[in-house]
Design a protein around this ligand. Structure first.
Ligand code: PEP
Ligand code: MG
Length: 325
């Protein structure tokens, strides 16, 4: 078994009917890149930068960030590294009282909203990312997007900083992809329009479930109501994938759902292009996908979408694929 998994490291991940799926890693700290490089990951689907930048209550300078992104890009120069801009606020606490996210922080100034309100944080990060893109394949991703205007403004900032760097004589590759997290119901509903502006999407199932079910993801009294496998979630994810593909854009999923064993066959059946998971989950997931057929899973997906709750979906998957569970 171990050597079968070892072999997988050197191949692309494909379903039995030939669909190419990328299995990428989530990371939060720069020194995880060594583990990830050896994990068989086909890229980094989510580099959460807030933990690194918050280690010191003050934020890392452009040059300090550049050094970190360069190191990560250089470690996997052939693989796409998706770096998410600061996603602070709400459950991602910040010590600095000048970033007050209000009485209801999950609905407050967080993620991209905070980045746009405090561009002194966002712009140095974007400059550092653009500069590091010379050393590998860096993509920039914005968190917690709700409106088209926000995303367009964020892209505009990328364009401005690129121009500024060019004027300063710094060469930036012109194919840096700019994408967004899909983690609000508004983004799901408007995904066809977002697809006109974003190069790719990554579904943040943790926050998407929080906002879809109106359940605080940190409140244990109500967390059981947050059902990742619920048809409401499945329908939302499928809608995003279909609409994005219609516009030729690729879709990743980087929340906990991507590493939820019973959800994985369904996500594969939906046509998800990339799963981004903790590094210890990479090889088991590549192994799972290599044994499944996207086409043969279609009837199961359609049955699941018509069920009433997460428990029914879980039972259906377990009964239909007994060899896996
Ligand atoms: C998510 O919301 O699913 C996600 C991946 O982002 P985070 O868990 O960091 O909010
Ligand atoms: Mg999130």
């Amino acid at each position: 078994e171990n050597s079968a998994l070892g072999k997988l490291k050197h191949q692309e991940t494909r379903s039995t009917d030939g669909q190419r799926i990328r299995i990428a890693a989530n990371m939060s700290l720069p020194d995880e890149i060594n583990t990830i490089t050896h994990s068989g990951a086909e890229g980094v689907g989510l580099f959460r930068t807030e933990f690194m930048l918050m280690e010191d209550a003050r934020f890392a300078s452009e040059d300090a960030q550049f050094a970190i992104y360069k190191q990560v890009a250089t470690a996997m120069p052939e693989r796409l590294i998706v770096v998410r801009t600061l996603d602070i606020g709400s459950d991602k606490l910040v010590q600095d009282a000048s970033y007050d996210d209000g009485n209801n922080p999950a609905l407050g100034l967080r993620g991209l909203r905070l980045g746009l309100a405090h561009q002194e944080l966002l712009r140095p990060q974007i400059r550092a990312l653009l500069r590091a893109a010379t050393y590998g394949k860096i993509a920039i991703m914005f968190p917690m997007v709700t409106t088209l205007a926000e995303f367009r403004q964020a892209r505009q900032i990328v364009d401005e900083e690129r121009q500024q760097l060019t004027d300063e004589g710094i060469k930036i590759p012109d194919n840096v992809q700019v994408g967004m997290m899909v983690e609000t119901p508004a983004a799901v509903t408007m995904i066809d329009q977002f697809a006109q502006y974003a190069d790719f999407f990554s579904i943040g199932s943790n926050d998407l479930a929080q906002y879809l079910f109106a359940v605080d993801r940190t409140n244990s009294q109500v967390v059981p109501l947050l059902q990742t496998l619920h048809p409401a979630m499945l329908r939302s994810v499928l809608h995003v994938i279909r609409q994005a593909h219609h516009e030729g854009k690729w879709v990743s999923l980087c929340g906990n759902m991507a590493a939820l064993h019973v959800a994985e066959p369904l996500l594969l059946a939906m046509g998800l292009d990339e799963f981004s998971v903790p590094s210890d989950h990479i090889l088991p997931l590549r192994h799972l996908i290599s044994g499944l057929s996207v086409r043969q899973l279609q009837p199961l997906l359609h049955q699941a979408l018509a069920l009433e709750n997460a428990n029914e979906v879980e039972q259906l998957i377990k009964h239909s694929l007994p060899e896996l569970y």
